[in-house]
Write a protein that binds this ligand. Structure first.
Ligand code: CU
Length: 111
Protein backbone atom coordinates (compact mmCIF):
# COMPACT_ATOMS: atom_id res chain seq x y z
CA UNK A 1 0.00 0.00 0.00
CA UNK A 2 1.41 3.44 -0.84
CA UNK A 3 2.69 5.33 2.12
CA UNK A 4 0.34 8.30 1.64
CA UNK A 5 -2.68 6.04 2.13
CA UNK A 6 -1.53 5.19 5.65
CA UNK A 7 -0.86 8.75 6.71
CA UNK A 8 -3.74 10.40 4.80
CA UNK A 9 -6.64 8.74 6.58
CA UNK A 10 -5.85 9.83 10.14
CA UNK A 11 -5.25 13.40 8.97
CA UNK A 12 -8.65 13.45 7.24
CA UNK A 13 -10.32 12.12 10.40
CA UNK A 14 -8.63 14.76 12.57
CA UNK A 15 -9.69 17.50 10.13
CA UNK A 16 -13.32 16.32 10.25
CA UNK A 17 -13.32 16.22 14.05
CA UNK A 18 -11.87 19.72 14.23
CA UNK A 19 -14.46 21.08 11.78
CA UNK A 20 -17.28 19.39 13.69
CA UNK A 21 -16.17 20.78 17.02
CA UNK A 22 -15.93 24.30 15.63
CA UNK A 23 -19.41 24.13 14.10
CA UNK A 24 -21.27 23.21 17.30
CA UNK A 25 -22.30 26.36 19.12
CA UNK A 26 -23.74 25.84 22.55
CA UNK A 27 -26.29 27.81 24.51
CA UNK A 28 -26.03 28.03 28.25
CA UNK A 29 -28.71 29.23 30.64
CA UNK A 30 -28.32 31.94 33.24
CA UNK A 31 -31.16 32.89 35.58
CA UNK A 32 -31.84 36.35 36.89
CA UNK A 33 -32.96 35.08 40.25
CA UNK A 34 -33.21 36.68 43.70
CA UNK A 35 -31.48 39.82 42.35
CA UNK A 36 -28.47 37.85 41.12
CA UNK A 37 -27.18 36.25 37.95
CA UNK A 38 -27.10 32.49 38.54
CA UNK A 39 -24.44 31.36 37.79
CA UNK A 40 -22.51 34.61 38.04
CA UNK A 41 -19.31 33.31 36.44
CA UNK A 42 -19.42 31.46 33.12
CA UNK A 43 -16.86 30.30 30.59
CA UNK A 44 -18.00 29.73 27.02
CA UNK A 45 -16.47 29.38 23.57
CA UNK A 46 -16.62 31.78 20.65
CA UNK A 47 -19.98 31.46 18.92
CA UNK A 48 -21.79 30.22 22.02
CA UNK A 49 -24.82 32.03 23.40
CA UNK A 50 -26.20 32.77 26.82
CA UNK A 51 -29.94 32.61 27.41
CA UNK A 52 -30.86 34.91 30.29
CA UNK A 53 -34.19 34.12 31.94
CA UNK A 54 -35.81 36.48 34.41
CA UNK A 55 -37.19 34.21 37.12
CA UNK A 56 -37.86 37.06 39.53
CA UNK A 57 -41.29 38.69 39.58
CA UNK A 58 -39.72 42.03 38.75
CA UNK A 59 -38.08 43.37 35.60
CA UNK A 60 -34.37 42.99 34.97
CA UNK A 61 -31.99 44.31 32.37
CA UNK A 62 -28.93 42.76 30.72
CA UNK A 63 -26.07 45.09 29.85
CA UNK A 64 -22.87 43.61 28.45
CA UNK A 65 -19.51 45.33 28.76
CA UNK A 66 -16.41 44.07 27.00
CA UNK A 67 -13.19 44.65 28.93
CA UNK A 68 -12.03 47.28 26.41
CA UNK A 69 -15.41 48.40 25.12
CA UNK A 70 -18.50 50.46 25.80
CA UNK A 71 -21.60 49.04 27.55
CA UNK A 72 -24.18 47.41 25.28
CA UNK A 73 -27.72 47.52 26.65
CA UNK A 74 -29.43 44.27 25.58
CA UNK A 75 -32.85 45.22 26.86
CA UNK A 76 -35.33 44.46 29.57
CA UNK A 77 -36.95 41.20 30.60
CA UNK A 78 -40.11 40.79 32.65
CA UNK A 79 -40.93 37.66 34.65
CA UNK A 80 -40.29 34.52 32.56
CA UNK A 81 -39.02 36.49 29.58
CA UNK A 82 -35.69 35.68 28.03
CA UNK A 83 -32.84 37.51 26.35
CA UNK A 84 -30.43 35.49 24.20
CA UNK A 85 -27.02 36.96 23.48
CA UNK A 86 -24.40 35.42 21.18
CA UNK A 87 -20.70 35.98 21.72
CA UNK A 88 -18.90 35.88 18.35
CA UNK A 89 -15.65 37.37 19.66
CA UNK A 90 -13.30 36.07 22.35
CA UNK A 91 -12.53 38.12 25.42
CA UNK A 92 -13.46 38.97 28.95
CA UNK A 93 -16.95 40.41 29.36
CA UNK A 94 -18.87 41.79 32.27
CA UNK A 95 -22.64 41.72 32.56
CA UNK A 96 -24.84 43.68 34.87
CA UNK A 97 -28.42 44.77 35.40
CA UNK A 98 -28.63 48.54 35.16
CA UNK A 99 -31.62 48.61 37.53
CA UNK A 100 -29.99 46.55 40.29
CA UNK A 101 -26.29 47.42 40.63
CA UNK A 102 -25.64 44.35 42.79
CA UNK A 103 -26.41 42.07 39.84
CA UNK A 104 -23.00 41.44 38.29
CA UNK A 105 -21.49 38.60 36.33
CA UNK A 106 -18.30 37.67 34.50
CA UNK A 107 -18.22 35.95 31.11
CA UNK A 108 -15.03 34.55 29.62
CA UNK A 109 -15.26 33.73 25.91
CA UNK A 110 -12.41 31.51 24.80
CA UNK A 111 -11.27 31.18 21.15
CU1 CU B 1 -32.24 43.61 37.82
Amino acid sequence: MPRYALTGVPIAVIALLAAGAAAVAEEISVDQKDLQFVPSVVRIKVGDSIRFTDTDRIAHNVTIVKADGAPEDKGMAEYNQQIVIAFPLPGLYHAHCRIHPQMQMTITVTP
